[in-house]
Design a protein around this ligand. Structure first.
Ligand SMILES: [Zn+2]
Ligand SMILES: [Zn+2]
Length: 390
């Protein structure tokens, strides 16, 4: 990665391609939910040529080998944020501004990134206006949010349409296991009990488990195990945007990125597969338990062979806004396909304190009433009351 001090030259092939309007020369942008590029200036539309080419899976191990020689990569020019480490595509309109991932001001500094080619993407379905409306609704529903936050978010927060990088992995797995199968059986057990002051013998039914050593093999083909390749978005936030309609993946075309930005992947192909394996293991364990059968299962050892591993590098559409509030970063994201909203949010300490105080006052008021009632009871001329007051 080398730093470039200024705006890269337009001749640089790795800069996002511009699609000039045939009618007025302004830039055409992808119109979410359609298959056209639209001119924001004159409304002229250009249909994106559909591709019938299948989205090919790439061989994982072969690509790792060619990555070592940079054969499979291309250079991308990207803006780099020093605050959060995000790298995302150069865009003239937002070049100088705030980082969409952390809300920090970014300076116009670009870098070259060696990246594997994107194979497929899900185009944006939700437009900016819809995303903004969702953001407003979300803000409106925030209880206990500091007042300043809502004003800030309403006026200053920028929504960025970002294609977020993901890997998907396929693998044909074969797992051999050793374990134990537990089968329940019932036995009658006699015991002594005391009944009516007499010791008697009684019988009860007790469940026991018989364990038998077992071993075997299970096989499962995993298709499109999805792994986030961004390091700038917390996994906790992005996982809540799932599931994605991966069946609708479209072959990559630069037209879909026009008017949007895309993030460079920060999780390498090989690291991504480690995460994919973590996601596969619980499913394999479930297969093994099913294979063992019985009432209980114990797994002592698992050896999994991951055959025919292939992958795709894909982009998924997310509207996002990051705002800094009292030195903390809060992120708001919208699934660019479904409009589903997820967000991190600050709480106003004094608003919560006030609510707790209010609740305590209400409860306390009730308690005071009860006390008065209790006191009246005590004042009644009963012997107990006299003793109590005496
Ligand atoms: Zn035009
Ligand atoms: Zn940042």
């Amino acid at each position: 990665m080398q730093s470039e001090p200024e705006t890269p030259s337009p001749a640089n092939k790795s800069e996002p391609r511009r699609f000039p309007c045939a009618q007025c020369g302004a830039s055409l942008e992808y119109a979410p939910g359609t298959d056209v590029l639209r001119c924001g200036h004159c409304g002229h539309e250009n249909r994106i040529a559909g591709s019938t080419a299948p989205i090919l899976e790439q061989d994982f191990r072969e690509t790792l080998r060619s990555l070592a020689t940079n054969a499979a990569t291309r250079d991308n020019v990207a803006i780099h944020c020093d605050s959060c480490g995000a790298s995302y595509s150069f865009d003239a309109a937002t070049h100088a501004g705030q980082c969409p991932f952390c809300g920090s001001p970014v300076v116009a500094k670009t870098e070259q990134h060696r990246q594997l080619q994107v194979q497929a993407l899900l185009p944006f379905q939700i437009g900016r206006d819809q995303a903004r409306a969702a953001f407003r609704r979300w803000l409106g529903g925030l209880w206990f949010a500091p007042g300043g936050l809502k004003d800030y978010a309403r006026n200053d927060a920028r929504l960025a349409g970002m294609y977020v990088p993901y890997w998907t992995y396929d693998a044909d797995t074969t797992t051999t296991y050793q374990g134990e199968r537990g089968d329940d059986y019932q036995v009658q057990e006699s015991y002594r009990a005391i009944e009516n002051g007499q010791e008697v013998e009684r019988v009860r039914v007790v469940t026991k488990t018989r364990w038998t050593p077992t071993a075997g093999t299970v096989a499962r083909f995993f298709d499109d195990v999805l792994v986030l390749a961004s390091r700038s978005l917390p996994r906790a936030v992005t996982e809540r945007l799932e599931p994605w309609d991966l069946a609708s993946l479209t072959p990559y075309r630069e037209e879909y990125l026009s008017g949007f930005q895309s993030e460079m992947y920060g999780v390498e192909l090989e690291q991504g597969f480690e995460r994919a394996r973590e996601l596969m293991v619980p499913i394999i364990r479930r297969d093994v338990e099913y294979d063992i059968g019985g009432d209980h299962q114990r797994i002592h050892a698992l050896q999994t062979r991951y055959g025919d591993v292939s992958f795709k590098h894909i982009l998924l559409p997310v509207w996002m806004s990051a705002f800094r509030f009292r030195d903390k970063i809060y992120r708001f994201v919208v699934n660019g396909r479904t409009g589903e909203v997820q967000g991190e949010r600050p709480y106003s300490a004094w608003k919560i304190a006030l609510a707790i105080l209010l609740a305590a006052l209400l409860a306390g008021g009730g308690f005071a009433l009860w006390q008065r009632y209790a006191a009246v009871q005590h004042h009644s001329p009963t012997p107990g009351a006299r003793i109590y007051h005496g």
